[in-house]
Design a binder for this molecule. Structure first.
Ligand SMILES: [Zn+2]
Length: 86
């Protein structure tokens, strides 16, 4: 039986991603908190966001901007940052 997650976007207990969708701790967080279906939706939305904002990935700001949109779309809230803890 497939793993399930309580998805932060759709609020269902739904099928988890088979592996982290992106590298690093953010990828692990997404796999833990977002269902595979909602991640699929984001991958389509991501293309639109990149086009709409004309994100250029030579610019490090662009990755941060995209990440912010992704977290918002997936209902993840602000990044887990030790500086903000407490
Ligand atoms: Zn979901």
């Amino acid at each position: 039986m497939a793993e399930t997650v309580h998805c932060s976007r759709c609020g269902r207990d739904a099928g988890a991603l088979a592996r982290n969708p992106i590298p690093g701790p953010e990828g692990a967080e997404i796999r833990r908190r977002v269902c595979a279906e909602c991640w699929e939706e984001w991958t389509r939305m991501e293309v639109m966001v990149i086009n709409e904002l004309r994100l250029n990935f030579m610019d490090p700001e662009a990755q941060a901007t995209l990440s912010q949109h992704m977290r918002e779309f997936l209902g993840l809230g602000a990044p887990e940052s030790p500086a903000d803890a407490g």
